[in-house]
Write a protein of this length. Structure first.
Length: 144
């Protein structure tokens, strides 16, 4: 039986990954230093005018964005089992949050080093964990 971290990697990172569609791809490497993630994950889906996408994540959280004028094909996705969560403070700021299908999705920004993360927290609640984050659920249908 697969652990919750492995199930979350397969649900949120593996879809569209160039390495394979599940953790049996031969390239999977679990990194649990801060949350959990596959350290070999590479976004394999590209949309003209949008860039690379993480197919396993909802709208507003699936775009990798740009870096130095180029499309990024990787993004920092951190997965948290029930009871685990990132440390948010003035150096790691939860900006957008969405509760969906038993998970809390949070766009986290680290202004000190200009880095972004998508945190996925099993069973998380925005009002409890990051009430200062903008509730994406109130305008989710407006996001393309």
């Amino acid at each position: 039986m697969k652990s919750t971290h492995l199930k979350m990697v397969e649900q949120f990172q593996c879809p569209g990954c160039v390495c394979g569609h599940d953790t049996e791809c031969g390239r999977f490497m679990l990194d649990t230093k801060y949350g959990a993630t596959c350290s070999n994950h590479v976004l394999g889906t590209f949309m003209l005018g949008v860039g690379c996408l993480a197919l396993g994540l909802p709208k507003g959280f699936c775009r990798a964005g740009w870096e130095r004028g180029e499309h990024r094909n990787q993004m920092a996705i951190r997965l948290w089992e029930g009871g685990e969560m990132p440390k948010w403070d003035r150096f790691n700021v939860p900006v957008w949050a969405l509760e969906r299908d038993g998970y809390l999705f949070v766009r986290t920004f680290s202004p000190r080093n200009n880095q972004t993360f998508v945190d996925v927290i099993e069973g998380g609640a925005r009002a409890e964990l990051c009430p200062q984050a903008i509730d994406v659920g109130t305008f989710y249908e407006e996001i393309d």
